[in-house]
Design a protein around this ligand. Structure first.
Ligand code: AMP
Ligand code: ZN
Length: 117
């Protein structure tokens, strides 16, 4: 999709800090990290969100998860632990409408759910 930020990152039209790439997926560092390690894994082809991706191409969703696990290992957080997140819709604060897996770790993570305070 021509106006999609993550399609542009996959195409190399927008710069990113790429950490890993496979035939079907790409992983790059989140520009606004929420943990010491915060990496996004995207399918190279455009899908609106994880649910649409699961319906359209389950193998590609599995590829995204496998890339996330490989990156966690490469970052040295596979033993200490990490969190995979897919945000969907307004309440989850979704901002980019190209399916992406957040990989968070590298430190003890906070709780998630309702905002604190
Ligand atoms: P979400 O809220 O699940 O849609 O997450 C979108 C994520 O993309 C956020 O964590 C942003 O910090 C991240 N992001 C936005 N623009 C860029 C960019 N140019 N490079 C890397 N990460 C980005
Ligand atoms: Zn896209």
């Amino acid at each position: 999709m021509s106006d999609c930020l993550f399609c542009k990152i996959v195409a190399g039209e927008v710069p990113s800090t790429k950490v890993h790439e496979t035939e079907t997926t790409m992983a790059f560092r989140d520009i606004n990290p929420q943990a010491r390690v915060h990496i996004l894994v995207v399918p190279k082809t455009h899908h609106e969100d994880a649910v649409e991706l699961a319906a359209a191409d389950p193998q590609l969703l599995a590829d995204v998860l496998a890339t996330g696990a490989a990156v966690a290992k490469a970052e040295g957080i596979d033993v200490s632990g990490y969190r995979f997140v897919f945000n969907t819709g307004e309440d989850a604060g979704r901002t980019v409408f190209h399916a992406h897996l957040h990989l968070l770790g590298g430190e003890l993570l906070g709780m998630f759910g309702r905002p604190t305070g």
